[in-house]
Design a binder for this molecule. Structure first.
Ligand SMILES: Cc1cc2nc3c(=O)[nH]c(=O)nc-3n(C[C@H](O)[C@H](O)[C@H](O)COP(=O)(O)OP(=O)(O)OC[C@H]3O[C@@H](n4cnc5c(N)ncnc54)[C@H](O)[C@@H]3O)c2cc1C
Length: 470
């Protein structure tokens, strides 16, 4: 006999645990199935460890520039084993916290691999041996994703995906990052700041595709200052181990001459693929697309009644906080409420490389492509007092607003930022975009002085046709 629950969730990442805790807080009986550690990719092999490494890189930069602030110190040296241990302590502490919440919220945790059968019944192959069954009035599939790989670059030795890189306890002297997306750029930034010679190999004409052009330019300039070699429009074809633990990467333009790059470590960062492999969906009514995503409608409903899918398993922005939002969307439906679908075109995006990037809503080009007549303002951090105080003046804030009939700036469409701590500064811009506020409304709000967020306030104010400092 299967144990009965209001909700059974497969996968204990942000999507899965978000759903479990939200549902439990609303009084539902919940079971969650996780075959590895609670926290999923984000906590164990993604967001959290990657940001812990980036913080180590930030500390290195501070110490390296401490003389500018009147603090004399010797040149910093890196003990990355300590950084690795620090990262692991943070991760372990947070995993422990999640396991504590599982108990506190009286969520039943099955440790093992779950697969879906008929009538929303999940069969769990338990880690401790044997099987268990749990039937839910609703089931959420939240099995997440795994790193994509590319032909001729099998994992092992110097060929690493994010999973292996995040376990490193030394800084490789030379690194090739294949793929100039958000995750690739975070690793490039980390290792370049910590002394590696980094080369990014990207097939597209530019790194960080999808970013506003002005924002991407700032990142590219800063990366060049860090001596990161950015090679765009190149394809990697294979590699030859060099006998010293490293390897020679072969790459070049599609129809051009091949080049060789000898490196200690290759980070393959070419995206992630949904991981439905163990869910047993072939025996169910749940459809999976050619690309491996579980197919859902705008309410995260799969093609089988009462079965939902969320997070990286579906074809929506692969972000932990999107997983949380989808979790809440589904649980509200299970509770009989009528929630609004997630507005994917307005979710917050954050890239934690140095300088950081954060945005919500369309960039200038996308806004125009959507048919909007727009007014744009952008202002640089170099004029901002707090940016000068902290010694981080590269970057800008750009606001894209609808143009009113009289030519003035109306509704805020997009807010795009690059520079110091912008991932912590986006919330005002995110609210403006999602509240569908006008420039005039947002310009009324006061920003503390001196602060980095003043630049956001000033950029909005300047769109009203008047300004203070900018
Ligand atoms: C290096 C890196 C950095 C990132 N940085 C950020 C960031 O800064 N911000 C951000 O928002 N996102 C970031 N992401 C993306 C983020 O990690 C994912 O979007 C997020 O983890 C997706 O959550 P999820 O719950 O859908 O899946 P996952 O986190 O992948 O969790 C799925 C869980 O399901 C389990 N599972 C799978 N199949 C089964 C099964 N059959 N039975 C039982 N358990 C199963 C897995 O073991 C896993 O624990 C980053 C990712 C990487 C790799």
């Amino acid at each position: 006999m299967a144990e009965q629950f209001d909700l059974v969730i497969i996968g204990g990442g942000p999507g899965g645990y978000g759903a479990a805790f939200y549902a439990a807080s609303a009084g539902l009986s919940v079971a969650i199935v996780e075959k590895d550690k609670m926290g999923g990719t984000c906590l164990n092999r993604g967001c959290i460890p990657a940001k812990a490494f980036l913080e180590t890189a930030a500390v290195y930069r501070h110490v390296d520039h401490s003389a500018d602030f009147g603090i004399e110190s010797s040149a910093p040296t890196v003990n990355f084993a300590v950084a690795q241990a620090r990262k692991q302590k943070i991760v372990d502490g947070l995993v422990k916290g999640l396991n504590g919440l599982v108990k506190a919220r009286k969520v039943t945790l099955y440790v093992g691999s779950g697969s879906l059968g008929a009538d929303r019944t999940v069969t769990i192959t338990l880690d401790e041996g044997g099987e268990a069954q749990a039937q839910g009035k609703a089931v959420i599939l939240a099995a997440g994703s795994v790193p994509r790989t590319i032909p001729n670059f099998d994992r092992g030795g110097p060929i690493m995906t994010s999973d292996e890189v995040l376990m490193l306890d030394y800084i490789p002297p030379t690194v090739a990052v294949i793929g100039g997306g958000a995750i690739g750029c975070e690793f490039a930034s980390t290792f370049a700041d910590l002394g590696s010679k980094v080369t990014i190999l990207e097939g597209l004409p530019k790194i960080l595709p999808g970013l506003d052009g002005d924002v991407a330019n700032v990142v590219v300039r800063s990366f060049k200052k860090k001596n990161i070699d950015i090679r765009t429009g190149v394809m990697v074809t294979g590699h030859t181990p060099n006998g010293n633990g490293g390897t020679t990467v072969h790459f070049g333009p599609k129809d051009g001459e091949s080049e060789n790059l000898d490196v200690d470590v290759v980070i393959v960062s070419v995206g992630r693929r949904p991981y439905a492999d163990e869910l047993g969906l072939q025996n169910t009514g749940v459809k999976v697309s050619d690309r491996g995503f579980v197919e859902v409608d705008e309410f995260c409903r799969t093609t089988e009644d009462g079965v939902y899918a969320i997070g990286d398993l579906i074809n929506t922005p692969a972000l932990a906080h999107v997983g949380y939002a989808e979790a809440i969307l589904v649980v509200k439906q299970v509770l009989g409420e009528n929630p609004m679908p997630v507005m994917y075109d307005k979710v917050p995006w954050a890239i934690y490389c140095h300088p950081e990037v954060a945005f919500a809503g369309p960039d200038e080009e996308a806004a125009r492509a959507l048919g909007h007549d727009v007014v744009v303002a952008k202002h640089q951090y170099r004029g901002n007092s707090r940016a000068q105080i902290i010694g981080e003046t590269d970057g800008l804030v750009k606001v894209i607003a609808k143009k009113n009939a009289d030519g003035s700036a109306g509704q805020v469409l997009g807010v795009h930022m690059v520079g110091p701590w912008v991932t912590e500064q986006l919330s005002g811009g995110y609210l403006a975009v999602n509240w569908e506020a006008t420039v005039a409304e947002v310009a009324e709000f006061i920003q503390p002085h001196p602060s980095l967020t003043e630049l956001f306030g000033e950029t909005m104010l300047s769109l009203t046709g008047r300004s203070l400092n900018t």
